[in-house]
Ligand binder design. Structure first.
Ligand code: PLP
Length: 381
């Protein structure tokens, strides 16, 4: 099987992820932060190691500012719903995933208003449009780092500067970039960073996280046991305990720590370089095939390793099915949980076939994908 669905979740993972998760489950998966025995302490130390590695990767000051969640969606919900209140206004973009758009829509019923900045037909955002949309009651600017439909990279640094100048919290959805592109929360003025653990960070599913700047008061979404301040009935306000009630996904977080360790060892530049090279190959190959339409920038420097295409008027679901059944190639079709993005690029009705590249893909994988699309196009067009 040739796996080109890394935007959904990365597969496979680095070997050390499997090895340490297995070791954790067999040797030290006690409940961290609860009991005081050796195994619980070892589990607690392993979780702390993951926090520290994430701090190194994202230039976060303190490991206590990293909150673990079960995926990027939970992190986005926590950041968005924990920060916004009645009467607040939010500026976001027309390329957002439903994990941003749906919480914002849910908040409309509670008196939060939203401005969606229209991006162009390749998904590009003009940061000046963000600036123009700011109102007196704008309480949050939130954008994706890269579209999960077209891969289009957003002007994060520019938007971060605008947010800082205007004193508005800036939240970044790094679902498609964490572990591949450089993210520096200080340099980019990011106040809240939401990331999945199971995509570019190469950890297992069931992991994700949120960085919250110490200057922000984000309300927790749940209350319960934290292992700390057990004498109090109120939720502790100390972080990360405030946001991490209940027994954590210890083995998953340990696996995430190994994924991040792998990235820190290789370096994001090497990972990005490899993915950029393969993205360039894929774009070049597809551009030569009659009847294939490529969406987005069609330039590996301007997009993450996500390439969306259509073949003539062909049904995207059917093409993805043929790629799987006849060629052993895993892709994703349809709207990719991002109807806003598909409306922006004009593919709401047809959807697209999405090929998404990961660090473990090879040049041979890309050649096989191009050959398969060539054969399918010859049949359809
Ligand atoms: C841009 C974007 N945001 C958010 C998410 C949600 O991530 P998760 O599946 O970890 O909840 C995704 C998932 O594909 C995404 O691509």
């Amino acid at each position: 099987m040739i796996y080109l669905d890394n935007a959904a979740t990365s597969f496979p993972k680095p070997e050390r992820v499997y090895v340490e998760m297995d070791k954790c489950m067999r040797q030290y998966c006690a409940n961290p932060g609860r009991s005081g025995h050796r195994l619980a302490l070892e589990a607690g130390r392993a979780i702390y190691r993951t926090r520290e590695r994430l701090c190194r990767l994202f230039n976060i000051e303190s490991p206590m500012q990293v909150v673990f969640t079960s995926n990027a969606t939970e992190a986005l919900n926590l950041g968005i719903k924990g920060l916004l209140k009645e009467g607040d206004h939010v500026v976001t973009t027309s390329m957002e995933h439903n994990s941003v758009a749906r919480p914002l829509t849910a908040l409309k019923a509670k008196g939060v208003s939203v401005t969606y900045i229209g991006c162009d037909s390749k998904g590009h955002l003009n940061p000046r449009d963000i600036e123009r949309a700011i109102k007196k009651n704008t309480a949050l600017i939130i954008i994706t780092h890269a579209s999960n439909v077209t891969g289009t990279l957003m002007p994060v640094k520019e938007v971060g500067c605008i947010a800082k100048e205007r004193g508005i919290p800036f939240m970044l959805d790094a679902a498609q970039t964490a572990g591949i592109y450089d993210i520096d929360v200080k340099d980019m003025n990011i106040d809240i960073l939401a990331f999945p653990g199971h995509k570019g960070l190469m950890g297992p599913q069931g992991t994700g996280g949120l960085y919250i700047s110490e200057n922000l008061d984000v309300l927790q979404m749940k209350e319960g046991g934290t292992g700390s301040r057990s004498e109090e009935l109120d939720q502790p306000i100390v972080v990360p305990d405030r946001y991490e009630s209940g027994t954590p996904n210890t083995a998953g977080i340990v696996g995430l720590g190994e994924g991040v360790g792998f990235i820190l060892e290789r370096g994001t530049a090497a990972i990005r370089g490899h993915e950029e090279e393969l993205t360039g190959m894929l774009l070049q190959g597809f551009s030569q095939i009659k009847g294939v339409k490529i969406y987005g920038p069609a330039n590996p420097r301007l997009q993450a390793g996500v390439v969306s295409i259509n073949i003539g008027d062909g049904d995207s679901g059917e093409i993805s099915y043929i790629l799987d059944r006849s060629y052993g190639i895993a892709t994703r079709s349809g709207l990719h949980c991002s109807p806003l993005a598909h409306r922006t690029i004009g593919t709401f009705d047809q959807g697209t076939v999405r090929f998404s590249i990961g660090y473990f893909n090879t040049r041979e994988d890309i050649e096989a994908a191009v050959r398969a699309v060539e054969e399918i196009a010859a049949e359809i067009v």
